[in-house]
Design a protein. Sequence first.
Length: 106
Amino acid sequence: MVAAMRRELISGRYIQADETPVDVQTREGQGKNHQAYLWQYSRPGGSAVFDFRLGRGRDGPRRFLGQFEGILQTDGYRLMTRLVGQEWYMPLVGLMQEDSFSKQCS
């Protein structure tokens, strides 16, 4: 189900992406929490797909987004800027009102 939702999202031309820190316990931490990240990918009116990663590095978004060639809207986190600027050919847009942008992408 998640793979099908991801394919449907990637096949479009606009994705919103954001990461949220979550505390997890690992065997190596012995009672201490490790900060992991839950990445969210979606578009207005569509499904949201969540991708759990132990780190915040570029490998997670790179794997998830794959060959996506549309518009990627983020909060300006530097990792995403580096992904777009150095390796991917897609515009990066900052935060804006969802309603006005949704109408432009419809």
